[in-house]
Design a protein around this ligand. Sequence first.
Ligand code: ZN
Length: 600
Amino acid sequence: MPGTIAGAATYALEWKDPAATRLVLDTRDLTIDKVEGEANGAWQPLQYALSDKDATLGSKLTIEVPDRNAKVRVGYRTSPDASGLQWLTPEMTEGKQLPFMFSQSQQIHARSWVPLQDTPQVRYTYSARVTTRPDVMVLMSADNDPAAVRDGEYTFTMPQRIPSYLMAIAAGDLVFKPISGRSGVWAEPSMVDKAVAEFIDTEKMIATTEALYGPYRWERYDLLVLPPSFPYGGMENPRLSFITPTVIVGDKSLVSLIAHELAHSWSGNLVTFSSAKHGWLNEGFTSYVENRIVEALYGKDVSDMEYAIARNTLGREIKDMPEATQALAVKPGTELDADGALSAVSYDKGAWFLQFLEERFGRETFDPFLREYFDHFAFQSITTETFLAYAKTHLFDKHPGKVSDAEIQEWVYGPGIPASAPQVLSQRFGIVDSARLGWRGSKQLPPVVITQPWITQEWLHFLDGMPETLPVADLAQLDAAYHFTGTANGEIAMRWYPLAIRSGYAEANEAAAAFVQRIGRRKLIMPIYTALVQTEPGLALAKEAFEKARPGYHPITTGSVEKVIADAKPKPAPVVAPAPADDESEAPASDEPASVPPTN
Ligand SMILES: [Zn+2]
């Protein structure tokens, strides 16, 4: 039941090029009703042309502005298929009373709900007046008022300049509860208390990041809990991070996602990549800062485990990637398919590079360097080369002999993981490895006294180290002891169900299907679909589950699932694992699901 947005966008323009008489804006699937320019208080029609639709870029809107008006106004309507908006019926929400709508503008979907210059190289402030049915609350990536009255008329101001991918809007049955004076949760009424309890450390996270990298510059930091169909973990919309409900598991074990979205307030939102080709400047820095926040709040044990989990996943994915996409950045002038630009490489190899620099220079040097970097480039969009030039002056040359130019070149432009990468040694994961190995050899489960205190990360590592398939009896034994099937923890589910499916453990099928019907977060469900489509019965189950889930999926998720189903080359029957004769290999599954950009 998609809806539409209709209205007018007014641009305050400063004409810099003395020869310019045209305004060119990005649009996708918008209907343009009229375009006007203001002169002496009166609006006059302007000539415009909307180009034919390009599959990737949409339609260019070219406006003739011979008088170089200081204000231009575009009246427009969105399409029900707007790629950046999801409209949910009341039945698809938690409370089932009111419809829900939210935007996802990154990378270039803002153009599907407002005509604009849709590139991170352009920054702007905005104000908005939004009218809706009176029982629905509206929020934007702007100055949301925790005490706003729900009446269908809302106004917003965003005084800090943002790139277009950070423009955001959401509407639904949303209520607010505070965490601190400058932070709180917006959520459906039935979710808000659970969310506040889970995210109660948010203020501590803000204070921790400020102590490391300087003041939080966006005034409020609120979290908006979206319905389970949100295709991502989180989206760092300024002042109002959009968050998947799948990290609300009751024990705060997945709140590094909040640390990640908050960290974007420095890396990404404040200092922004100039294009997705430089994605690691946003995601690598953010994953590094996220880990520092987790270390400060929950201890080095936990932050080490998180690094280890991410790097094991990166190690599995990177070896199947083309060499060009294994690099953090491509050398200027190299062509690259934009689809390959943002992967675990941007996130986890990027963070690894920064940890490498931290190790070489020491925190006493590296922390102030990063803080000054965020200050120096605040509210600017930069390239990898700009960062490297800055680092050369302010870090490498200032402290000679700590890193070589060849090492930097290899980290930034080389494939794979450099030999100079610092290794994480997690003692707690050593215990998990022993427990897994012991069980595989003896079929004796580790003593409860060992597993009882395990937190989510340890269970994830326990599963990550399993072989590609296991005998059905082994899976049944694990399931009876640990109740993986039906788990409420999506991170466990995204590991357990694919293992069960690959191994032909049919007892998990129903729960796996129910999981992908309830959740739309791609990271969690794509591995399950990918495992299912390997066999004909699995493909049939995947199609059936997708048919039921589809009305509640975001267009981005629908596209991903459609592709996996369309590309399927199923074998006739489940491959049941042979008895593990002398399989000593502890190598994790080698045919991990096709990599899904882990956008957070
Ligand atoms: Zn991110």
